[in-house]
Design a protein around this ligand. Structure first.
Ligand SMILES: [Zn+2]
Length: 244
């Protein structure tokens, strides 16, 4: 059956791109408006917490950086169908810097897995998150990026829910050790999982800059992630039916 996609979603998908690293661009979108051939967006609601995040506790109460996370036109970019399907593309051919791409990527995915269920898929076309070993797109006036995440590619899924796809591009020419490359994928994956903001603390995986000794996923990262997943979103909710 052909998928009916309101034209306005395509427009958002093309216009609204969240980009890292290390600049976050959040477009505030004029949601709610509808025309004769566009269905209105679902109302923002809160999804039940994923079991793994519901079980998360931080007895030391190390805090979070939730105040750095800004919602956009659909609310917070959280996933509500688990496991989140991740497709990992092949390592760039004949590029010395891409050695170990598969390994570092799998290690980064494994680092987030205890907090949100992730699963590898071989089907790129139906993946939620695509990780590619290719140079991020260059945009005029910006410095060259070693890695970036683009989300907010909106569509209506087969359950009639507003859904998104993310693409992470990791440059084969990224400098640094394997540890730095793994930290880079881990950081970008944090964005793709919903952390659309940066931490001001270099002891967090989502710190805004690269450092000599990259931090692993911290309690503050997960405290932030948990708060994000307790916020309302239009993603994952069905589009209201249109009354003729
Ligand atoms: Zn970032």
């Amino acid at each position: 059956m052909a998928l009916t996609v309101p034209r306005v979603f395509w427009r958002w998908g093309l216009l609204a791109v969240l980009v890292c690293c290390f600049t976050i661009v959040v477009h505030v979108l004029p949601l709610g408006a509808s025309s004769t051939d566009d269905r209105p967006a679902p109302e923002p609601q809160i999804h039940p917490l994923p079991v793994s995040l519901a079980a998360w506790e931080d007895p030391a109460q190390q805090g979070d950086y939730f105040d750095q996370i800004k919602p956009n036109g659909v609310g917070y970019l959280v996933w509500s169908e688990f496991p989140i399907k991740v497709f990992v593309g092949p390592a760039a051919a004949s590029v010395p810097g891409s050695t170990g791409f598969q390994q570092t990527t799998e290690a980064a995915i494994a680092a987030w897995e205890p907090y949100l269920p992730l699963a590898f898929t071989q089907e790129q076309s139906t993946a939620d998150i695509i990780i590619q070993n290719q140079k991020p797109e260059s945009r005029s006036g910006e410095r060259v990026r070693a890695a970036e995440t683009r989300c907010f590619n909106l569509y209506v899924n087969e359950r009639n829910q507003l859904d998104q796809r993310c693409t992470i591009n990791i440059s084969p020419h990224q400098p640094g050790t394997q540890e730095h490359k793994m930290a880079s994928v881990r950081h970008e994956l944090g964005h793709a999982l919903g952390i659309w903001g940066h931490s001001p603390s270099e002891t967090d995986a989502l710190y805004f800059a690269q450092v000599r000794t990259p931090a692993g996923i911290s309690a503050r990262d997960i405290n932030t992630l948990k708060r994000i997943y307790q916020q309302p979103t239009r993603l994952g909710w069905p589009l209201p039916s249109v009354t003729e």
